[in-house]
Write a new protein. Structure first.
Length: 228
């Protein structure tokens, strides 16, 4: 059973990859195509980055690893643009894309119960919506914090909280918001902003790993009841 949280949140911020959906490698494929198009190097981001990093950090770390220098500002913007361009096709063509267990039932139920739903993700905002579109999930989320806002996960969470307050029409505190994610990076970002985090052991990290990473509560999937 999941550890109970002390209060019911007003706003719930969901991570995307590994929490709501699996793209079946579409993200990595789009990076590979972008690097190949611009530099003739079909770079594999999995060799140089970790799950849960922001898109700009993934792109920069991979760039340095394969080209052995820092990217210029303009060429890095070009790389991010071409990656987003290719992502639309790689997501559409992915045979492994799926919405994770419980998500399709949970999101409309949370909205009916009066919660504000937002995204909290390391994806660029455009990339996030491309990934969510195929699963029909964009319609559930009125705001969010994205990797295009900051490379600091705590700052992204604080930005998401500010946007939640705009939608809510009144100030919200960090204690009134809960983050739901599948990696220790999600936990760290939530706690850096003063928010609680529910870990979901639905992808690369086990329940024990998420607890060790500091998650305030852990569930096996979003098909299980949330802990409030």
């Amino acid at each position: 059973m999941a550890e109970r949280l002390s209060s019911r949140p007003i706003a719930i911020l969901f991570d995307i990859d590994g929490t709501l959906i699996i793209t079946g490698g579409a993200g990595a494929a789009s990076w590979r195509l972008a690097f190949d198009e611009l530099y003739g190097i079909p770079a594999d981001i999995g060799q140089f980055t970790d799950t849960g990093m922001t898109d700009p950090d993934v792109g920069r770390a991979t760039f340095v690893a394969v080209l052995h220098r820092q990217p210029g500002d303009e060429e890095f913007r070009r790389l991010l643009d071409r990656r987003t361009h290719h992502l639309r096709d790689t997501v559409a063509q992915s045979t492994g894309y799926r919405v994770l267990d419980g998500v399709a039932d949970l999101l409309p139920r949370l909205i009916a119960d009066g919660h504000l739903l937002g995204l909290l993700t390391g994806n660029l905002e455009a990339s996030a919506h491309v990934k969510m579109h195929r699963g029909g999930l964009n319609r559930f989320f009125a705001f969010g914090g994205f990797g295009s806002d900051s490379s600091d996960r705590g700052e992204v969470a604080r930005i998401a909280l500010e946007r939640a307050a705009l939608v809510f029409g009144a100030p919200l505190t960090a204690e009134q918001c809960v983050v739901v994610g599948d990696t220790p990076h999600d936990v760290d970002g939530a706690h850096a902003a003063g928010m609680r985090c529910v870990g979901v052991a639905s992808h690369n990290f086990s329940a024990d790993q998420l607890r060790a990473g500091g998650a305030d509560s852990v569930i096996g999937s979003l098909a299980e009841p949330l802990p409030w």
